[in-house]
Design a protein around this ligand. Structure first.
Ligand code: PLP
Length: 382
């Protein structure tokens, strides 16, 4: 019988929640209508999309008309960054060195088009300093885009503080909350942001669906042009099936938030305790005081992460934070920005737990990883 490895890569993606999948089923088989159609088939689909919009809005503390469905986090980020740039025509954008490529790449594209981009550094824990934002912000700053939580190390940024600095200077504030939503309470009013990106597949909804919060009153140029879907803010026939999945997943996430956080934290802490107790030459990356409950970025000195990931692959599914090819070590941009020493950074695993991860799985995974690290360290590199 094929046995799958223990899955510790929930920051890469999550399985679809059972309740979300069940909610989707009628939209596969029965309610196939186009939400723009006036007949009962269309009306059933429209009703489902409206309900999902309410469910997503409720999770984020927004109103339904502030939610636009997108194809995912990447599209949400592109819509904001390129949209604000298009609306303003020129100006300065501030972002951080630890953003996902779905933020950094649009910024690079805009730099090539003449926009001025400041990429702020982070401290050793991966935090952006609000003082650095204050020092970088200018009269012509049009947008500040800093992620809510980091995908590799789990560090949570001081978004409310950064947003108020942005607003004091007349800039708009965006946060990429792809990794945060479902893993911590996220309220757009508490954060004080103008835009917030959601990626469905990180919160037990399907892949290829996401949402963008746009604060009421803000006009953002369309990213997708065509017919007047999404109240003329994003063209394209609605992905009804997955929108229903995202709505249901959002409702489950809101209902089960406290229990899920507790479960993710318990298994993540168990992994950390087991690995740090058994092995020397270990460091954990990130900010212990401001962190996602599920993410453990852990570095094993003098081990090659990609070799370790391969060594454990049959029993544990995890991500490497560095790659080694022909004696060349390529450390992830996030670990590099945090100045993690190379002899540690090269041996970094990202372990991310989910709401269904058990303590038994954490124990077994820790045992497999620790044994593999000991074996690799015991080997003569020559
Ligand atoms: C922080 C962050 N932003 C954006 C994305 C992209 O989201 P999507 O895969 O839905 O396009 C990801 C996914 O890895 C992410 O971790």
């Amino acid at each position: 019988m094929l046995t799958y490895p223990i899955y510790l890569d929930y920051n890469a993606t999550t399985p679809i929640d059972r309740e979300a999948a069940d909610a989707m089923l009628p939209y596969l088989y029965v309610h196939f209508g186009n939400p723009s159609s006036a007949h009962p088939y269309g009306r059933a689909a429209r009703k489902a999309v409206d309900r999902a919009r309410e469910q997503v809005a409720a999770l984020l503390g927004a109103t339904p008309d502030e939610i636009i469905f997108t194809s995912g986090g990447t599209e949400a980020n592109n819509t904001v960054i390129k949209g604000v740039a298009e609306a303003r025509g020129r100006g300065h954008i501030i972002t951080s060195a630890v953003e996902h490529p779905a933020v950094l790449e649009p910024c690079h594209v805009l730099a090539a088009r003449g926009f001025d981009i400041t990429i702020l550094p982070v401290d050793a824990q991966g935090r952006v300093s609000p003082d650095d934002v204050r020092a970088a912000i200018r009269d012509d700053t049009i947008l500040v885009s800093v992620m809510l939580a980091n995908n590799e190390v789990g560090t949570v940024q001081p978004i409310a503080e950064i947003a108020s600095i942005a607003h004091e200077h007349g800039a708009l504030m965006h946060t990429d909350a792809a990794q945060a939503v479902g893993k911590m309470p996220v309220d757009v009013r508490v954060l004080g942001v103008d835009f917030l990106s959601v990626a469905g597949h990180k919160l037990y909804a399907p892949k290829g669906i996401g949402a963008l919060y746009v604060r009421q009153g803000i006009e953002l140029p369309k990213f997708m042009h065509g017919a007047s879907h999404e109240r003329n803010r994003r063209a394209g026939t609605e992905n009804v099936l997955e929108i229903v999945g995202l709505g249901a997943a959002a409702e489950v996430a809101r209902r089960d938030m406290a229990a899920n956080i507790e479960a993710m934290r318990a298994s993540r802490d168990r992994l950390r305790e087991a690995l740090t107790a058994r092995l020397d030459g270990v460091r954990c990356n990130g900010d212990p005081d401001h962190s996602l409950p599920n993410t453990l970025s852990i570095s094993f000195q003098n081990v090659q992460a990609n070799v370790l990931v391969e060594r454990i692959a049959a029993r544990v599914a995890a991500s490497a934070g560095a790659a080694c090819h022909a004696d060349q070590v390529t450390v992830s941009a996030v670990l590099a920005a945090m100045d993690v020493p190379t002899d540690y950074a090269m041996g970094t695993l990202r372990l991310s737990t989910g709401k269904m991860t058990t303590l038994e799985e954490a124990d077994e995974a820790a045992q497999v990883i620790a044994a593999a690290v000991e074996e690799l360290r015991g080997q003569d590199p020559n």
